[in-house]
Ligand binder design. Structure first.
Ligand code: GTP
Ligand code: ZN
Length: 378
C-alpha cells in the first residue's frame, strides 16, 4: 500500500485491498473520470467552503461548488442542504492544497441525519459514510432500554448499530448478575443488534470488546447521553497513541488545522472515529422505519381481528393478548406508540415541505413570479 493510501485509510477510506480503485461502480467511475483528482474527507463545513483531509495529519480548506452555496429555495440548480457535503463525506479534489478544487462528491453509503423542525422543516446531515454507531449507555442510573430503543430507530440509515453498556465493572461489583440481567432486558428490543458490556476505563478490555468494528478503513461514531462514558471509551480506544501524536503535532505546528482532529480521530486499530456535536441531539427526520425496529409489535398487530385495531379495547386484539400473556413488554409497546407518532409528525412536515417546494417550482416558472423570492423572506 502506498503511504497516500495508508493515510487515507486511517481516516476511513473504505478500501483495504491493494487494489487502488474502489469496488463501488459509481466511486470507481468518478475516479476514472478524474484521473488527476485525489480523494479527501470533509472534516468541517463552513458557509463558503470545507476543511478536508487526505490523512490523519493534514487538513486544508477548499471552496464550495456554486450549487452548494445557493440558498435552498433558489430556483435553478439548488441542492438541498442535506445533499450538500457534510462531515464524513468524500470529495475528489484536483490541484494542490489551498489551490485545490472540488470536482466531485462521492455518493455517501450511509448518513445520519436529523430533522430540524422549526418554522420550516429542514433536514440536516450530521455525519456521512459511517460504518458503525456505538450506542453508549451506562449500567447505572443511565441504563434505559427505552432510550436505547429510540437511538436504534434514529441512527439506522446504512450504519450498523452496536449497543455498548459501560460501567460493567461497577455494576458487577454491586450485583454479579447485573450484566446478564441488563442484556436480558435488551434482547427483545435489540432484535439481533450486538450488545457489549465494557469497563470503558479499561483500555485493553475496551479495545478487545470493540475490535470487530474497529478494522482499518472503518468509521465509527458514538451516541449516548451525558455521562454515559463516550469520552472515556474514546480515550481508551485511542490508547496512548493520541498523546504521542499530540506531542508531535505541537512540535511541528505550522499553521495546520488542528481542529481537523476533533471531528475525525484516527484510532490505533486503523479505524477512525467521527466526533461531531450534532450527534448529541438526534431528532426524527420522518424517514425512519418504525416497522423495521418494532417488527415484533408489527407482527402481533397483523394478527389482530380488526385491521385498524387501535390495540385499546377491541376484541381479538393480539397486541393486548401478548402484553397480558407476558410476551410483549408494555413499556416497549408504549414507546412504540410514542416513537411512531413522533416519526409520523416529522414525516408530515417533510411531506408538506416537499409539496411546498414543488409549488414553488411551478410558481417559479410562471411569468410575474414574486421577485423577492430570490432574496429569501423579509
Ligand atoms: N467505573 C467506570 N466508570 C466509567 C465508565 N465509563 C465512564 N465512567 C465514568 O463516568 C463518568 C462520565 O464519563 P464520560 O466519559 O465523561 O461520559 P460522556 O458520555 O463523555 O459524557 P458527556 O461528555 O457529558 O457527553 C466519568 O467519571 C468516567 O470516568 C466505566 O465503564 N466504568
Ligand atoms: Zn390490536
Amino acid at each position: 500500500m502506498t503511504p497516500e493510501l495508508a493515510a487515507l485509510q486511517a481516516i476511513g477510506w473504505p478500501i483495504t485491498a491493494a487494489e487502488p480503485l474502489p469496488a463501488d461502480p459509481v466511486w470507481r467511475q468518478a475516479l476514472l473520470d478524474h484521473p488527476q483528482a485525489r480523494p479527501a474527507r470533509v472534516t468541517e463545513q463552513h458557509r463558503s467552503g470545507y476543511v478536508v483531509s487526505e490523512g490523519p495529519d493534514s487538513g486544508y480548506r477548499v471552496e464550495s461548488l456554486p450549487e452548494w452555496q445557493r440558498p435552498a429555495n433558489y430556483k435553478k440548480g439548488s441542492v438541498a442542504p442535506e445533499q450538500r457535503p457534510g462531515v464524513g463525506d468524500w470529495l475528489l479534489i484536483e490541484g494542490d492544497g489551498s489551490r485545490g478544487k472540488v470536482v466531485a462528491l462521492l455518493p455517501r453509503y450511509s448518513a445520519i441525519k436529523r430533522g430540524a423542525a422549526g418554522e420550516h422543516y429542514k433536514q440536516q446531515l450530521i455525519a456521512a459514510n459511517i460504518d458503525t454507531v456505538f450506542i453508549v449507555c451506562g449500567l447505572d442510573a443511565d441504563f434505559n432500554p427505552r432510550r436505547i430503543e429510540r437511538y436504534l430507530l434514529l441512527v439506522r440509515g446504512g450504519a450498523e448499530p452496536v449497543v455498548v453498556l459501560t460501567k460493567a465493572d461497577e455494576a458487577i461489583a454491586a450485583d454479579e448478575n447485573a450484566v446478564a440481567e441488563a442484556t436480558g432486558a435488551l434482547i427483545e428490543l435489540a432484535q439481533g443488534v450486538a450488545i457489549r458490556a465494557v469497563n470503558a476505563r479499561d483500555r485493553d478490555g475496551s479495545v478487545a470488546a470493540m475490535a470487530p468494528w474497529l478494522q482499518p478503513g472503518r468509521t465509527v461514531v458514538l451516541v449516548g447521553s451525558s455521562g454515559a462514558g463516550k469520552s472515556t471509551l474514546t480515550n481508551s480506544l485511542l490508547g496512548i497513541e493520541r498523546m504521542k501524536t499530540g506531542a508531535v503535532r505541537e512540535s511541528d505546528a505550522r499553521g495546520r488545522h488542528t481542529t481537523t482532529h476533533r471531528a475525525l480521530i484516527p484510532l490505533p486499530s486503523g479505524a477512525c472515529l467521527i466526533d461531531t456535536p450534532g450527534m448529541r441531539e438526534l431528532k426524527p427526520t420522518g424517514e425512519e422505519d418504525v416497522a423495521e425496529n418494532f417488527s415484533d409489535v408489527e407482527a402481533l398487530a397483523e394478527q389482530c381481528k380488526f385491521r385498524d385495531c387501535s390495540h385499546d379495547r377491541e376484541p381479538g386484539c393480539a397486541v393486548r393478548a401478548a402484553i397480558e400473556g407476558g410476551r410483549l413488554d408494555p413499556q416497549r409497546f408504549a414507546n412504540y406508540l410514542k416513537l411512531r407518532d413522533e416519526v409520523a409528525g416529522a414525516a408530515n412536515k417533510l411531506a408538506n415541505r416537499r409539496a411546498q417546494k414543488a409549488d414553488e417550482k411551478v410558481a417559479g416558472k410562471a411569468p410575474g413570479k414574486r421577485p423577492d423570492d430570490k432574496h429569501g423572506r423579509r
